[in-house]
Design a protein around this ligand. Sequence first.
Ligand SMILES: C[S@@+](CC[C@H](N)C(=O)[O-])C[C@H]1O[C@@H](n2cnc3c(N)ncnc32)[C@H](O)[C@@H]1O
Length: 382
Amino acid sequence: MAWGEKLLSLLDLGLTIHVWRVGLTCQVLSLGNKRKRKRNDLNQGEIDSLAFHHKIRSAILEGTKSLVDAGLSCEYLSEVNDAREGPLPSQECNLAALCDMAKELPLVSEHGEDPVQFIESEDGCSTTHLDLFTRITENCMDFAMEVMLMGEKYIIPPRCAFLLSDFARMQPLVGYGRFFDLIVLDPPWENKSVKRSGRYSFLPSSQLKRLPVPLLASTGCVVVTWVTNRPSHLRFVRDELYPHWGVEVLAEWFWVKVTRSGEYVFPLDSPHKKPYEVLVLGRYRGKTELPMEEQRVIVSVPSALHSHKPSLSEVLSPYVGADARCLELFARSLQPGWTSWGNEVIKFQHVSYYTMEPTDTATGSLHGESSPHFSLPPPTPD
Ligand SMILES: C[S@@+](CC[C@H](N)C(=O)[O-])C[C@H]1O[C@@H](n2cnc3c(N)ncnc32)[C@H](O)[C@@H]1O
């Protein structure tokens, strides 16, 4: 999964934006006596979405074509769509519900205890007595470790730290005393499909302003926010959220989702779902030492796990340096070397998502084994 995920990217894409006329098919046939919705019945949100799509369309088109051609020629993508779909592992613990209950627990700072705990190996494998909800848990080893929660096993990658908690319980992260050079966040934006599916709870935009980003960012920290395709969310990040935190907007990048054979996962001009998502990049107080392209396209085959984003580790390392301290907010998985927080932060670390494979690198090894590593089942487009 994220550990070795490949991303293709292209610098300096079409800064001249062409406006394209897109055949809009938004007519919806009515049921009963509801009136037919006509083309020019678009609401303001839809008009804004369309205008945004027109603005970025040629950059997406040109960038994706170049990257897909490159992906096909280096055989990362293949002309034959051989997507293998199997059942996804089921998740036993409802981590968000546990975090909700843990809101009642006293904070360790109230008892003067160390906010950090280290995973130590008891029996060569598992550790069971950790308090994952009110303390930062660190694996400072060069190999993966296991932790147990409610009888379930989770794989913790090497050299990483995490806090499993609700938004209202982020104090241990601030108390950790680290300042990060890169902060990536993927907020639970309010939207109809998440509401309908009940996959996770959302947070109103106004609450996001309360995230303690200024207390966690080093001077010059790069802040990256995943934004759904709603222009109102995009405007909120650029005009309210970043200024509120003291973050200057630097760039807007696009993640384009393609199938294994390089097709868009949804038609590019579909009025419903778009095959791309937006990233807004900014810098917290400080001058840009490493220049950043205002526009960039990243292409990858999305994970089969709903809403799971690709790791940005490799793509962002030229802008933050190799030794950057990195933090992910609202994470559902862990990355080697990163600190991560969220009310489902270890969800995709559940052992059922992994298979053991022999490897000659130490980075993915589980303590006590010769040198196995864990990897997710191959991704398939959702
Ligand atoms: C869009 S998802 C993040 C997906 C993740 N980046 C990935 O690639 O798998 C948003 C996450 O925010 C979490 N979340 C929602 N409300 C929260 C809260 N009050 N406190 C902490 N996390 C919350 C959700 O449970 C979900 O895991």
